[in-house]
Design a protein around this ligand. Structure first.
Ligand code: SF4
Length: 329
């Protein structure tokens, strides 16, 4: 259980919410990385409660706060969803009362991170911006408050489909484990022709790295996929559920397909997997696929027989505007 003790599940806050709202039935959902901690978390919640409550765990997809399992919660008539690992999805209203616990990393070597960032300051007018993931919010804010050698602006949380705006920054440092968030932010920057330098700082191993080469590699693949789809007539549109159901985008897209005399078929999926595309013979029945639900899925299916595009890429093709890359839509 070492791993679980390195993160703050805010058990007291959870228990307080249960008591204050007189909750009898709780539905717990967690990002995949923290699912291994749920047994421990539930034991701790029960230890602090003075009465029995019913607790159910959701095993449905939880890649982001776009996929809070509202259907599951309604099915069991839960009073409260407790969602671990993410913060609320922008521009989306949940139909079930939901408490978000970001699950912050509490074992970070703060001084080491502060030094790594402060070393980038050139002079006191230099503006460094920080963006991060839910696991490092308090730490990133605090680092910004404590940087003395230059100015620091905290820009907020990066989601795979909602990068932060880097306006007013000389450099934007993305503090996150793995490559995903930093690359997404870089794709977003390049799609708007922004000049802000992006650097990635891993708070688990303190590695500071430049995503330029990774992004160039991804962009080469994306441009190739877009070229493959230019003459596509028959399109498969993948829409999602909850926050991944994007009504406005879907209607803009279908309108444009009609104007350009393209045929389309729409499917709704909670979790897009390869088996579904194979079962549908999507490689034979369609010329191209566009993902409305989660833009990053298009990258996961880069090796599929037919081009799988994001909405931004598809709009670029339809608008004959492929000289610049647009992410996410
Ligand atoms: S990138 Fe995908 S999984 Fe992440 S928040 Fe956006 S839609 Fe959800």
């Amino acid at each position: 259980m070492e791993f679980c003790n390195e993160f703050d599940f805010e058990i007291e806050k959870v228990v307080k919410a249960i008591k204050t709202n007189d909750v009898r039935k709780v539905y717990i959902q967690s990002s995949e990385g923290f699912q291994r901690c749920l047994k421990l978390v539930i034991d701790r919640i029960r230890d602090l409660l003075d009465r029995e409550i019913e607790i159910f765990i959701s095993a449905n997809p939880s890649y982001g706060s776009c996929l809070v399992d509202e259907f599951g919660a309604k099915d069991i008539n839960a009073d409260l969803i407790i969602h671990f690992g993410h913060t609320p999805y922008p521009n989306y209203s949940y139909s079930v009362k939901t408490l978000f616990i970001p699950v912050e990393y509490i074992q970070v070597n703060y001084v080491k991170l502060l030094e790594a960032i402060e070393n980038l300051c050139q002079d006191d007018s230099h503006k460094i911006c920080l963006a991060t993931t839910p696991q490092h919010i308090s730490m990133a804010k605090s680092i910004c408050d404590n940087i003395k050698k230059c100015r620091c602006i905290y820009k907020g949380i990066i989601l795979g489909c909602y990068p932060v705006v880097s306006e007013g920054c000389n450099e934007l440092i993305v503090i996150s484990g793995g490559k995903f968030h930093c690359i997404v932010q870089s794709l977003f920057e390049s799609s708007y022709g922004k000049q802000t330098k992006i650097l990635c700082l891993d708070p688990y191993n303190y590695n500071l790295w430049d995503p330029t080469k990774d992004v160039e590699k991804i962009l080469r693949v994306r441009m190739w996929k877009m070229h493959q789809a230019i003459d596509a007539k028959n399109w498969l549109i993948i829409d999602g559920f909850y926050g991944q159901h994007r009504e406005k985008l879907l209607s803009q897209l279908t309108e444009m397909f009609k104007v350009h005399n393209k045929y389309f078929t729409i499917v709704k999926v909670l979790k897009l997997d390869r088996d579904f595309l194979i079962n549908m013979e999507a490689n034979k029945n369609f010329d191209a696929i566009v993902i409305v639900s989660c833009p990053y899925l298009a990258f996961d299916f880069a090796d599929f027989d037919k081009p799988v595009l994001t909405v931004g890429e598809t709009f670029a093709i339809l608008n004959n505007d492929i000289n610049r890359y647009i992410y996410p839509w």
